[in-house]
Design a protein around this ligand. Structure first.
Ligand code: AHR
Length: 489
């Protein structure tokens, strides 16, 4: 396969919101407990119970924003159960996820501590489904008020005189499903009511996020924008890549054939169509583009690993997942003008995680490495890039790419989606003086993965053999690979 990627380096476009590289952590399986939080008394090195090896690895990704506590869990979470003396915190059964006991040892203060350690902005998702307006209003007050109220004093008493200055605020999650099975007309009214009492404190302005559609539910978007658009800062979209034909048979994370590989990529590529479809509706009600689109749950959803709790959503992560991540992040980058945040589901040990843990062991998944390769795009100005290729593999473009520019450095991320065929690539920088080029690459068989016996089987290496020619920069991109090129000078 031959492909030419041409960048328009002379006309930088919208800023790629770094929040596109955000993550999601739910009280689900071993994401929080065991993954991010082990408790102060754990033999695993921790700071206030937060796992330090995981934090170290995540700090390298410069995580911009972290969503919590759910997910479906958010609409059953009552925040006061998770503050105060841990020994006295309420116990509940996590009916959404595996029926395990939730002891609330990880609550508001622990989440804020985790965000501080990561240097990430907190994105808190409030409870509409089974909570009350008062409960949500008081959570915002507890987090952000500098005033001398009983609720703010509760926070002082629990160890934080300083408010937490939370900006991103979700009003319900999947209110069309696990968050209350509401009709869009009903949720639109609920959103208007709840957000009214989520106050701004001091100079902080709360960024109010409304629950948006599932996949291609365009009716939901229409109703929400029409009836509540002016009260929201952003609307969410949830879209998961499920390779199988049925929800009950999503397919193995590691054992799949080439046809399923391409089906997975085709399904992932649908993200572009969905973003365009929802934005077209949003634009009719918000021609000035004040309301952002947030894809706060995305990623591959496979069958759980054999022998694990079906409610824990623990799955392995192969090169196929890496290709889905690259394809999706390229789509987000190309919609930099309107997609203001995205949150991969989920951060550790759940769904398309960037880190897997097993007791004290930890490994970085191929998806982690894609996020690492894409880091330079954060807060860079996007550059238009066109791709001309002589082949489309089974309905998926053979090559995906996106590009951006920051501090005089141009970054191009590009992937060869073919499972079998190497690509000869030419990258042309229109409107830029000649530069030196270097690159890193992640490559492997489509079903290769890192496990605890071989945790570094898949790791990025230097991309060798880049030649500067009269036409542009030429190199071979092996089958099933993701590369990041930097142009300096
Ligand atoms: O990420 C797992 C679940 O997927 C979330 O809890 C829910 O919002 C979605 O259906």
């Amino acid at each position: 396969m031959n492909a030419t990627i041409t960048l328009d380096a002379a006309h930088p476009q919208a800023k790629v919101h770094k929040e596109i590289y955000g993550h999601f952590s739910e009280h689900l399986g071993r994401c929080i407990y065991g993954g991010l939080f082990v408790g102060k008394d754990s033999p695993i090195s921790n700071d206030g119970g937060v796992r330090l090896d995981v934090v170290e690895a995540l700090k390298n990704l410069e995580v911009p924003v972290l969503r919590w506590p759910g997910g479906c869990f958010a609409d059953e979470y009552h925040w006061r159960d998770g503050v105060g003396d841990p020994a006295k915190r309420a116990r509940m059964v996590n009916t959404n996820w595996g029926g395990v006991v939730e002891d609330h040892s990880f609550g508001t203060h622990e989440f804020m501590h985790l965000c501080r350690l990561l240097g990430a902005q907190p994105y808190v998702n409030g409870n509409v489904g089974s909570g009350t307006v008062r409960e949500m209003a008081e959570w915002v007050e507890y987090l952000n008020s500098e005033g001398d109220s009983t609720t703010a004093r509760e926070r002082w008493h629990n160890g934080s005189k300083e408010p937490f200055h939370v900006r991103y605020w979700g009003v319900g999650n999947e209110s069309w499903g696990c968050g209350g099975n509401m009709r869009p007309e009903y949720y639109a009214d609920e959103f208007r009511r709840y957000q009214t009492y989520c106050r701004d404190y001091s100079d902080d302005r709360l960024y109010r996020i409304a629950c948006g559609p599932n996949t291609d539910d365009y009716h939901w978007t229409e109703v929400l924008m029409q009836q509540a658009g002016k009260y929201m800062d952003a609307l969410t979209l949830h879209y998961y890549t499920v390779p199988g034909k049925e929800w009950s048979h999503k397919g193995s994370a590691t054992v799949f054939d080439t046809e399923t590989y391409y089906t997975t990529l085709r399904k992932a590529a649908r993200m572009d169509e969905l973003i365009r479809g929802h934005l077209a509706i949003m634009d009719r009600y918000d021609p000035e583009h004040r309301v952002g689109l947030i894809v706060d749950e995305w990623g591959c959803w496979h069958d759980v690993e054999p022998g694990t709790n079906p409610g824990f959503l623990y799955q392995q992560n192969t090169m196929r997942d890496a290709m889905v991540a690259a394809l999706t992040l390229d789509i987000f980058n190309r919609h930099a003008d309107r997609v203001v945040m995205a949150n991969l589901a989920q951060m550790v040990n759940v769904l398309q995680a960037v880190i897997l843990t097993d007791g004290e062991k930890l490994l970085l998944t191929p998806t982690y490495h894609v996020f690492d390769l894409y880091r330079p795009h954060m807060d860079a100005l996007s550059l238009n890039c066109s791709i001309v290729t002589d082949e489309a593999a089974l309905g998926v473009a053979g090559i995906t790419a996106s590009s951006s520019c920051k501090d005089g450095v141009i970054t191009v991320t590009c992937s060869n989606l073919s499972a079998t065929e190497n690509a000869q690539l030419l990258v042309r920088l229109d409107g830029a003086a000649s530069k030196t080029c270097s690159g890193r690459i992640l490559t492997g068989e489509m079903s290769a993965y890192n496990d605890f016996d071989a945790p570094t089987r898949l790791t990025p290496t230097e991309l060798c053999g880049i030649r500067s020619t009269e036409q542009g920069y030429a190199f071979t991109l092996p089958a099933c690979s993701v590369a990041a090129l930097s142009f300096h000078g």
